[in-house]
Design a protein around this ligand. Structure first.
Ligand SMILES: CC(=O)SCCNC(=O)CCNC(=O)[C@H](O)C(C)(C)COP(=O)(O)OP(=O)(O)OC[C@H]1O[C@@H](n2cnc3c(N)ncnc32)[C@H](O)[C@@H]1OP(=O)(O)O
Length: 407
């Protein structure tokens, strides 16, 4: 078996092999009313596993993205996608060979981390990926959804300047959505870029895909669009695909808008980060029912010192991390020193504070998984009292990392 790079000529074989791995047929792009998923595929970045007689049996792809790290640091990353092995060739090491090939290629591009969305949680830990962001939906019973008067307004000198909401059809506001998304994702740890071609091609899921939707666009006091909620109504349920805003005031205005929609008995807000403030904003704390919590973005570090010195930090401190990377056969001990928001990371032979697997470092890297949870789970070893609490404080981001891009 050989792992080889693909070109545009391989598109049909790549798509057919991947769909067979999923047990599906290759639908025409967009036939399900969703996005033109294949249109955004980067055939110069994909891999095919082929047998000695040239038959494709496995696929793995990569998208070229940017990822926002804690501290609003935007870095290049690869979004691993379209991973599949034919049912006839499973559990013979095809995926393992593709992952090895791909990680070497990503390092060759000079990237220090890669990301993916996992179809099943049991697949990618062995290759060094850990779940780093989480998502959930909020279901709100509209008749219970009265907003409480914000108590901080009473404490502040003056009320904040108001924004406004304007309604569009999805087909008429693609450019606005693209611009708002781009502003939002640069400030949101864990968010991925949505490259221009995704919007141009209508790739992915709504709202990059121009599926019929109403879109409430929020404008700040100066009239600049700074948030949106893309939604549709089915029976008496109003479902919001994405609510994003560059600040909390915009988000609150959009939440008020969708929760104020006549004829909706319940409003479902999809893709909301954990620790979202909405339930605190309503008179009835129990009007918001969180559900469907799941892992979303998985992170794999390829260069630990570069990864740790690239992100922003919010608490000073020092930790010795003993990091094991069994898949790549590497083991390093690093002294991480954080001062004034910046980290240094150098080799050390000091006694470690924490010993951990590379997958667990990927899980905690964006600040969405507490290191102490992995200590309590028996996966990270804390060598002294207080090490886990210090790691919790250090790795925390300025806000809960969140990714809502599907790829
Ligand atoms: C980012 C994305 O694209 S997510 C989409 C992932 N793709 C799919 O879910 C499509 C359907 N599934 C498949 O095509 C295949 O089963 C794959 C790609 C998940 C695995 O491919 P394989 O070639 O069978 O994997 P490979 O033989 O290299 O297995 C390596 C190890 O992972 C384990 N493993 C593989 N798949 C799974 C799984 N779904 N759940 C748990 N363990 C798994 C194997 O048991 C093996 O373990 P071992 O080393 O202890 O023996």
């Amino acid at each position: 078996m050989e792992i080889r790079s693909t070109t545009d000529q391989d598109l049909d074989a790549f798509v057919a092999t991947f769909h067979t791995a999923l047990g599906r047929f290759s639908d025409a792009p967009g036939a399900d009313g969703g996005g033109v998923w294949w249109a955004a595929t980067e055939m110069d970045r994909n891999l095919l596993a082929v047998t000695a007689d040239g038959r494709p049996v496995g696929t793995a792809g990569a998208y070229t993205f940017e990822l926002t790290l804690p501290g609003q640091v935007v870095v290049p990353t690869s979004g691993v996608t379209a991973v599949g092995v034919l049912p006839t060739h499973r559990r013979q090491g095809v995926l393992t060979a593709m992952m090895r090939h791909q990680l070497a290629e990503l390092r060759g591009r000079g990237e220090f981390l890669s990301v993916l969305l996992a179809s099943e949680a049991g697949i990618y830990g062995r290759f060094g990926y850990g779940p780093a962001t989480y998502t959930q939906r909020l279901t709100v019973q509209r008749h219970q959804a009265a907003f409480a008067a914000p108590r901080a307004v009473r404490l502040a000198a003056g009320a904040p300047a108001g924004g406004s909401v304007e309604l569009f059809k999805r087909a008429d506001c693609g450019r606005i959505l693209e611009e708002v998304y781009d502003r939002y994702r640069r400030a949101q740890p864990g968010a991925l870029s949505r490259p221009r071609r995704w919007w141009e091609l209508g790739a992915g899921q709504v709202p990059t895909a121009p599926t019929a939707r109403h879109v409430a666009v929020h404008r700040g006091a100066d009239g600049t669009p700074d948030g949106y909620a893309s939604y549709s109504m089915d029976g008496d349920t109003l479902t919001v695909d994405e609510t994003i805003a560059v600040d909390d005031a915009g988000y609150t205005d959009l939440a008020r808008f969708v929760l104020g929609h006549d004829l909706a008995a319940q409003v479902v807000l999809k893709h909301v980060p954990a620790e979202h403030p909405l339930r605190w904003q309503l008179e009835d704390f129990r009007a918001v029912q969180p559900g469907g919590e799941t892992d979303w973005l998985w992170v794999r570090l390829l260069d630990v010192p570069r990864a740790l010195t690239s992100r922003g930090w919010f608490t000073d401190g020092e930790l010795v991390l003993d990091v094991d990377d069994p898949f790549l056969g590497e083991h390093h001990r690093h002294l991480l020193t954080v001062r004034d928001g910046k980290a240094e990371c150098v080799p050390t032979d000091r006694e470690p504070d924490l010993s951990l697997d590379i997958r667990d470092l990927g899980a905690v890297y964006l600040g969405g998984t507490a290191p102490s949870a992995l200590v309590r789970a028996g996966h990270v070893l804390a060598h002294r009292p207080g090490a886990a609490a210090l790691a919790d404080a250090l790795f925390r981001a300025e806000r809960t990392p969140h990714c809502l891009h599907w790829f």
